[in-house]
Design a protein. Sequence first.
Length: 471
Amino acid sequence: MSNNILTTLDTDIALHSDWPELIPLEQTTELPEFPIEALRQVSGLDWLAELLEYFAGLYNFPIEMAFANLMGLAATGSQRHIKINIDGVLNSNLYLLMVYPSGAGKSISQNRIFKPAHDYEQQLQQDYRDRKAQAEEAQEEFTETMPQIVTQDITPQTLIPVVRNNHGKISIVSCEDSLFPNLAGLYNKGNAVTGAFKSLYSGEYLSVNRKSEDYQGGIFGLASACIATQPVAFSCIKNFDILSGDGTLSRFLYYFPEERPPQHRRDRRRNDKAQEDLFEDIANMLLSINGELYMNFTKAAETLWEDYHYDVQVESQDDDTLRPYRRRLPEFAVRLALNLHILKHLADIPAGDITELPPELSEDVVSAAIEIVRANEAHARKVYGLIETPAEVRIEQKIINWITRQRREQFTRNELYHSVKRSSEIACKTSNLDTPLLELQNQGYIKQVNQQADKAGRPRESYVVNPKLYA
């Protein structure tokens, strides 16, 4: 309860007066829990479930965020090395997008899980500099280019040359909200530039049009992307209708939690050396994968996937909003399954030689991938809804969440503002609350009561909450 300014009479009258029936706000998607048990059901992957829970608990970020980043790391190492032919070749690269509010741990999660990739890249670059120095000292020709594994900020115009210089692959890892504005045409006079980004998802042949001879010709390239952004930054990008309409957005697996988790200080005493060592070993093995392997399904796994594919196609017929996205769900399941298959057997192959992997996807791996993708669909529906939901409605939903979480019967405008101002939509000024508060009154959630001056003589807005909200 707040130190409110209402008189006892004002409060009693307001709380016990006739209240209208609540008019529902725009419906929000209920998100299922991450299916961590699906990983435990896979023989040889129980360690992955424990590792995800360890990271999420130690650094206090959602387990979905730990999973997305770890799959991004796996795809960074596996792309171009493992694939499967299902009505065309599918690769193991992934486009992953985490839409999380400020303070949810986006930077902490990415920096921790991708640290081995950055360290490995630095070692490769130091080896490159040593070889270059030796060649110059011997006055020998040196044609290598600086190796790069991950990039944080890249424009579509420079993406293909970077991929070409790095053996046909690159991973884009960023929580700086830069990828989508670039794709939407930030540096191209507002004209969206998505062709290369979409082609690198599919592994298509790309021509490189550069004046320098170094960039003549073309490549079969792949890219993975692991992007984290804030909801308001994601939904306010210009030309978003283009990115949605041309299929760019339908290539992403989405993760979008209900709320920011409670904030706690990291307890370094909870560090588990065995888990830390396991992660370092797995990460280094992923990044040193070599060889190329074409996979098949076991008969049971193929039947399971075909049944899922059929169900998705039937269910998608009446879903106009998510139809392009839902039709990719079986493909997402295969891409995830390829990476889970590698993680399951990685410790058993010598010197990162991927050709030593079992050449068939098992039923338990495919089943786990399908279950994870099914849960992911709700996140995608929420993201697509975010694109279409006005900022005022999102603020209304945030206010209601705050009221119910605090079990408020009454509040002042000042209390509300200071409690929710970290939201990017309303951090700039209190006037952003005007329309949402008025709409919540019109919809029967709250009621403004008499204003009363504080000691300084300034009036303060006070509201009471409809008891039916808790019925």
